[in-house]
Design a binder for this molecule. Structure first.
Ligand code: GLC
Length: 394
């Protein structure tokens, strides 16, 4: 039986966390590969990665303040370093067996779960430092490597209680066959029947994962855009580029318009701190969601004002309610057109007050909107309709 997916659509907003020994030098999670660092030199960062003061509750607090409802942590990224206690790492390249001396995954899972967050783990199929991966799928070592990968996933599925998401990555450009993906997913279904699996284990599984873009999947299919607040996934020491909260909120609304989720990445420092600028942006998003969350959580795919056709902002829908997200506040006298429903009431979600409207056929006019935008990011109007929002027939 496929897992129950209803929580995923309700949740809408999650925290993606890229954390590993690459945070020590702070040049992003691809440094081993991109800078062709000799592995022994890279490995020495594991002796410096000792987040003694780290408390996973701090992450959970930031996620909660942001209005996030699930979290996904890199249990192992492409470099092969495990944040968890894997008995299968060929060279004990794991947090508990190096300087960190802690099972960081175990502590994270416990804290997230205790606070009501849904819990996800990211796992990279490829492992740059594993001899089997280096030799490639045609080599004799490949089947041993596959056994290692499946074994590590089994460890994650058996040692940390119920998981809500397994987020694979790093499988391309391989094939489902080389990864024995069907066997892998079957094992997960058996061990973790309620866990959702993403589509990067080279099978479609439960949800699609457009990366750094917003692209709705076909109707009925779950999808989640993964985006970053900064320019890199893993911590970058001198990060100079952060997306403003308004921009990220607009992305979130755009995603909700298509019925998808946003998993937004943070890159903690080696001591486990989510960089302050990232925290501040997340808190701003949370403040907006505290007022406007009804227009995002559990939103349906919207059939009115779809992506790209809405000049002032975007729309979302839930049941018979249509939400107008106004990035540009138009002021009094503004109207929408092409609405295929009858409006029963109109309310400014930002303040809760009822607003005046006049409907003339497919047009709805708002004669007395305030001059100035009520919200510094995106103001939202809710229209209660006589049915699910739809466009007027041409
Ligand atoms: C990109 C990055 C990778 C990251 C992934 C998340 O592929 O290269 O490091 O984990 O995005 O989707």
């Amino acid at each position: 039986m496929p897992p129950d997916t209803s929580w995923f659509n309700e949740a809408k907003f999650g925290m993606f966390i890229h954390w590993g020994i690459y945070a020590v030098p702070g040049r992003g999670e691809w440094m081993l590969h991109d800078e062709k660092i000799p592995f022994d030199e890279y490995r020495s960062y594991a002796s410096q990665f000792a987040p003694d003061e780290w408390d996973p509750q701090d992450w959970v607090n930031v996620a909660q303040q942001a209005g996030m409802r699930y979290m996904v942590l890199t249990a192992r990224h492409h470099d092969g370093y495990c944040l968890y206690d894997s008995a299968l790492s060929p060279d004990d390249f794991t947090a508990p067996r190096t300087a960190a001396k802690r099972d960081l995954v175990g502590e994270y899972v416990e804290a997230a779960r205790a606070s009501g967050q849904r819990v996800g783990l990211y796992y990279s199929l490829c492992d740059w430092h594993h001899p089997g991966w280096q030799a490639g799928p045609e080599s004799d070592g490949w089947s041993e490597f596959i056994e290692y990968v499946h074994g590590q996933v089994r460890e994650l599925c058996t040692n940390y209680g119920p998981l809500d998401v397994l987020w694979f990555d790093g499988g391309g450009p391989g094939c489902a066959h080389c990864w024995q993906a069907e066997k892998l997913v079957a094992m997960i279904r058996e061990l973790q029947p309620d866990c959702l699996v993403n589509n990067r284990g080279l099978l479609p599984a439960d949800f699609d994962t457009p990366e750094q873009k917003i692209e709705a999947s076909e109707e009925g299919r779950l999808w989640e855009s993964c985006l970053i607040i900064a320019h890199r996934w893993g911590y970058f020491r001198n990060e100079q580029y952060y997306k403003p909260a308004t921009r990220l909120l607009l992305d979130m609304v755009n995603i909700a318009n298509g019925g998808g989720n946003l998993v937004l990445n943070v890159g903690p420092t080696a001591d486990g701190t989510i960089p302050q600028p990232q925290q501040e942006i997340l808190r701003e998003m949370g403040q907006w969601l505290a007022k406007h969350g009804e227009a995002v959580y559990d939103a349906d795919r919207c059939r009115y004002g779809t992506h790209g056709t809405w000049v002032n902002g975007l729309t979302t829908a839930k049941g018979n309610t249509l939400y107008l997200h106004l990035l540009l506040w138009p002021g009094p006298g503004w109207a929408i057109s092409d609405l295929g429903n009858t409006v029963q009431s109109a309310r400014l979600v930002t303040t809760g007050e009822e607003i005046e409207f006049v409907q003339k056929g497919d047009r709805v006019i708002f004669p007395s909107l305030a001059q100035a935008p009520p919200d510094p990011h995106i103001s939202v109007i809710a229209l209660e309709l006589d049915g699910k929002p739809q466009k007027a027939a041409e």
